[in-house]
Design a protein around this ligand. Structure first.
Ligand SMILES: Nc1ncnc2c1ncn2[C@@H]1O[C@H](COP(=O)(O)OP(=O)(O)OP(=O)(O)O)[C@@H](O)[C@H]1O
Length: 619
């Protein structure tokens, strides 16, 4: 379902969620995840759970002994021949001390649980985030551009990092309460099995309604996801330094804020509906539980007055009933919470299990070394889109240079994306040294290609590292940084910066320096020179932001550096393009002219027209 389609409907119309029991399949995996994260803490949790589960019943039982002991002691004191006071007092006081110790132990177990949970939260959150990011690294560019998968990724990142622990905590809470309940049950059955039944029936309706509303909450969460993403996007535009300049100049704050508010209002309306329904049903059904408790209370009181129960037993049963009811409703809340966590986890696992497109190749050398690069009748359409490249054929031999010119949107960058295997052709094939790109080992292939896209990344890292990213093997190699910067003409201005190659770039971090557009381009250019082993160099509009002198210099060096390499240059400036050995004119996804500058002028076609148009502009 497309996001816009989904957003027009109520949450109930969103993707169906599998049956109640089906979703419990993720509990086991979450437990396993915690187990793998820290065995010691998992065992610690189990121990504390056991202690905190069993001791309340023991405390209730000791409570009964105390009251009965007190009554017996009082009777002994009032008897005709009273026993010495200390004799009747001592056993009761021991019992009181024992009860105190039990309560202290329960407190200790609960603190232990809380401490381990909060430590686990940090470790598990980190682990899940790493899993999410590792998976992101395996997705193809096409998958990243798929809005549904991106949606899953965003949802996973936002919610799921806290959910596994939530699920584990609830599982332990359930266990603890189940143990307490079982031990209370043992005491309660002695009074009457019916009492146990009353206790269970009283709590059941709340549980059923909670489970239903958890499902609704999850469907709401899914339904609002595309809109929440739009909200996040607007937040970014309104509060990030790289967009704020334009937002201010165009006066977009009001417009975007209004849109932001409108989304909130829409989402809030749905959330309020759900919350109100959930809480009112919860209250109404919860009353049933309270009713059953007071009915049982009356019953115990009557039995005590009739003499069937001792005063101590009455105290114990009331306590057991009260705590049992608490434990039962806590167990049921835990179960419905687990159900909810499972639904969210299903989202995390859907994302983690999303099939990765196979990087099939294993070849690290071509079948015909030295053959260079060939496109054979290559056509391409972006996923879900129409064809943007049609039957492209070309050949570049080592040492040759190729320039691509053409209008905006004619398909030049797309051609480079195919060459770098960011996408695969829909028809035809691309060969490097006689071997299909698909058969190449991804790493071996990428090591041979140095490319700068026009939308290169401006990393908020030190200058040196901004160069180092070009070759991860030399990420920290200062000599290589300097070599690359000299080739890319960035060395001069880097030397002038306060901390040279260690100057922080960008404004996100302390003492960060901002560079000009042309300086950033020189950084990107140097980045491409970091790839010493690359024999295919691609520059996609590398000099658009540079002054003419710098541009001329860049190309003189580029030719110098790349004599034995294959170079592909995309540029709208003909002064840059004219020296290439082959120039291809791309028009709406087809190569319509090819030749040298002189040949193309001779042909007097599109190239000649555009060249003269630009030349006129300079006269
Ligand atoms: N990621 C994408 N998904 C879908 N379509 C795309 C994508 N990127 C580009 N296109 C489409 O493919 C066509 C070719 O785009 P491309 O970026 O290759 O053009 P270009 O020649 O490099 O343009 P420019 O000179 O403006 O950089 C355009 O019609 C564009 O709309």
């Amino acid at each position: 379902m497309s996001s816009s389609h989904a957003s027009r409907h109520r949450p109930t119309a969103a993707a169906p969620v599998s049956g109640f029991l089906g979703v419990f399949r993720y509990s086991r995996r979450a437990l396993l995840l915690v187990w793998q994260t820290s065995r010691a803490m998992m065992l610690g949790l189990a121990l504390c759970t056991l202690v905190a589960g069993v001791l309340p019943a023991v405390a209730a039982w000791v409570g009964q002994l105390i009251v009965d002991g007190v009554v017996a002691a009082m009777e002994a004191q009032q008897a005709d021949a009273p026993v010495p006071l200390h004799q009747s007092l001592t056993p009761v006081l021991w019992l009181v001390a024992f009860e105190g110790a039990i309560i202290a132990l329960i407190a200790l177990a609960q603190r232990g649980l809380a401490a381990q949970q909060s430590l686990l939260r940090a470790r598990l959150g980190h682990r899940v985030n790493v899993m999410i990011l590792e998976k992101a690294g395996t997705l193809s560019l096409g998958q990243f551009e798929d809005s549904e998968l991106y949606d899953k990724l965003t949802r996973a990142r936002r919610e799921a990092s806290t959910r596994p622990l939530g699920l584990v905590n609830k599982t332990f809470a359930l266990l603890q309460n189940a143990i307490s309940l079982a031990s209370f049950g043992v005491l309660l059955v002695q009074f009457s099995p019916w009492a146990l039944l009353v206790l269970i029936i009283g709590a059941l309706p709340v549980f059923i309604s909670e489970a239903k509303f958890s499902g609704d909450a999850f469907r709401l969460f899914r339904w609002r996801s595309p809109q929440s993403r739009m909200q996040m996007y607007l937040e970014t535009v309104l509060a990030r330094e790289d967009s704020i300049k334009e937002v201010k100049l165009f006066g977009l704050e009001g417009l975007f804020l209004q849109r932001y508010r409108a989304i909130f209002t829409r989402l809030f309306t749905e959330e309020r509906r759900l919350t109100l329904r959930r809480e009112s049903w919860g209250f109404a059904l919860g009353l049933l539980g309270t009713l059953t408790f007071y009915a049982a209370y009356g019953w115990v009181v009557v039995e005590t007055i009739m003499g069937t129960l001792s005063l101590g037993q009455m105290t114990m049963y009331l306590m057991v009933f009260k705590q049992g009811q608490g434990a039962l409703s806590a167990s049921l809340t835990a179960i419905s919470g687990m159900y909810e966590d499972n639904l969210y986890l299903s989202n995390l696992y859907e994302y983690l299990e999303h099939p990765v497109e196979a990087e099939s190749g294993t070849q690290t050398q071509g079948m015909a070394p030295g053959d260079g690069l060939r496109f054979e009748d290559v056509s391409f359409a972006y996923p879900g889109g129409k064809e943007v490249l049609h039957e492209i054929s070309l050949h570049i031999a080592p040492g040759q240079s190729l320039a691509l010119v053409g209008e905006n949107g004619s398909g030049k960058t797309t051609l480079i994306k195919l060459l770098t295997r960011l996408y695969a052709p829909t028809r035809g094939r691309i060969l490097l040294d006689g071997t299909d790109l698909r058969d190449w080992d991804a790493i071996a292939l990428r090591e041979r290609i140095g490319v700068i896209f026009q939308d290169f990344v401006r990393y908020q890292l030190p200058v040196g590292e901004n160069l180092g990213v070009g070759d991860t093997h030399a990420f920290n190699d200062e000599t290589r940084w300097q070599d690359a910067a000299r080739h890319g003409m960035a060395d001069d201005f880097i030397q002038q910066m306060p901390e040279g190659y260690h100057t922080q770039l960008g404004r996100w971090f302390k003492n960060g320096q901002e560079l000009s557009g042309g300086q950033w381009q020189k950084i990107a250019l140097s980045r491409a020179y970091m790839r010493q082993n690359a024999d295919i160099l691609v520059l996609d509009e590398p000099t658009a932001a540079m002054d003419p002198a710098a541009e001329a210099d860049v190309f003189a060096r580029f030719r110098e550096h790349s004599r034995d390499k294959m170079t592909i240059l995309i540029s709208h400036r003909f002064s840059t393009v004219r020296s290439a050995e082959q120039i291809f004119v791309v028009d709406r996804g087809r190569i319509i002219e090819r030749g040298t500058h002189a040949e193309l002028l001779e042909q007097n076609g599109r190239y000649a027209f555009l060249f003269r148009l630009q030349a006129k502009g300079y006269q």
